[in-house]
Design a protein around this ligand. Sequence first.
Ligand SMILES: Nc1ncnc2c1ncn2[C@@H]1O[C@H](COP(=O)(O)OP(=O)(O)O[C@H]2O[C@H](CO)[C@@H](O)[C@H](O)[C@H]2O)[C@@H](O)[C@H]1O
Length: 473
Amino acid sequence: MEIVHISAECYPMAKVGGLGDVVGALPKYQNDLGHIAKVVMPMYRTKFLYENEWELVHEGGQALGNHWFRYSVIKEKTNKLGFDLYLVDINGVLDREKVYGYDDDTERFISFQLAVCDWMSRWQHRPDIIHCHDHQAGLIPFFCKHTYAFRYQLANVPVVFTIHNGQYQGQFGWDKYYYIPAYDTWNWGLLDWNNCINPMASAVKCAWKVTTVSPSYMEELRHAAAGLENLFEYEKGKCSGIINGIDTNVWNPATDPYLVANYDAKKIKEGKAKNKEKLVQQFGFDPNKPLISFIGRLVDEKAADLLPEAISQSVYQYNGKASFLILGSGNPYVEGALAEMNKTLKGYVNTYIGYNEELSHLIYAGSDFLLMPSRVEPCGLNQLYALRYGTVPIVRKIGGLKDTVKDYGETDGFGITMEQSSIEDITYSVGRAIDLYENKSSLFSKITERIMGIDHSWTASAKKYIALYESVK
Ligand SMILES: Nc1ncnc2c1ncn2[C@@H]1O[C@H](COP(=O)(O)OP(=O)(O)O[C@H]2O[C@H](CO)[C@@H](O)[C@H](O)[C@H]2O)[C@@H](O)[C@H]1O
């Protein structure tokens, strides 16, 4: 089968969060299963672009309203990622360093989607599946099925839409209706949600199948989906959840080039200790205390706003028996509060504000626990990386966290789970972590060894996507 993934992110070309990890890995595993999976994404000006060789494969033009633009498509020459990577360039629109955060993001991603549809509609053959990821590719199902420009070529190609994060829907006002190429106007409702053009809602209505990245999150969307609850209830027949995997080549403590010492389950104690040593030196912690870390975007979904209070309460309540390390950026209030704690709770808390891929690997390896008190978590990859690196996850029972982490108090359990995203639940869970580390050290060692062996590689989930494609082909 030929599968075309369309996404705003793909690691290592461009990654802001988990979407990049998934789109950078899933196609490789689909190719290993004997299919031809490719990725199409915008040509941002990132390091990966300049460090690799590309060939021009297509040039064309499209109209965004009454503005005509030229686009080109280039392809990476050496199959470096294990799949063909295509980049779409539109001068003045996509040629930026960052992925998101510009005032014209709506225009940028609509232009990208128009260019992709135009290019695909000119192929000599049709792909078997178009697989769109998140709202930046959410208008493609409508474009393929209903616009005069593309429907003759693409309406019969099955489109699958995957939701990595239902909070971000890309909605914009009907005053920009002219961005959408001509269609039978009685179909306007397929673009609309709450009097806006909503790419995520449109994709849920128009895609042949809709998936999200864990079964529990699919259930939760019917009750909490930033306004789209009724839509998920109505469309539940074509919706399903497929849990994310991890790229076990990139995320392998035995070979990871970012670690101070590589290790496997047999050498876990020495290996983790060396990586922890580096972290405690760099961030000024006591090496004998458990190190509890948080990695991620500092946003309300991740309950980052609770971290300053929950951490300071934990430091006081447990007499500073644990150290806390935070890597992330986002909400300026949270960034400020955490930076302040670097001074007031020096030696107990430290924060690195910013994005640092290398440091994130070292933190997964050198920490004893990884904290994820998320309010919403479609799947979560951090807990899967933590398990692979022998780091015990402390998670809220929600979405993909609920599907992948079992409390150590239950049969075969291995993590620490909490019911709610609250300061009290986080503080209580930190107490349980300190107790496990200090008073149950042989159980703690057994757990860390065991979790390294849990298989969360992409192989099983890649097969589930193939089965889903087969069902609509
Ligand atoms: N400051 C920083 N420095 C370095 N690395 C950082 C970083 N902040 C985050 N990361 C990295 O970004 C990734 C985050 O992935 P997640 O899946 O946990 O969350 P995200 O909310 O972005 O993804 C969404 O999509 C994914 C993919 O489907 C879902 O798993 C998830 O639940 C959903 O919210 C991890 O690789 C993490 O290490």
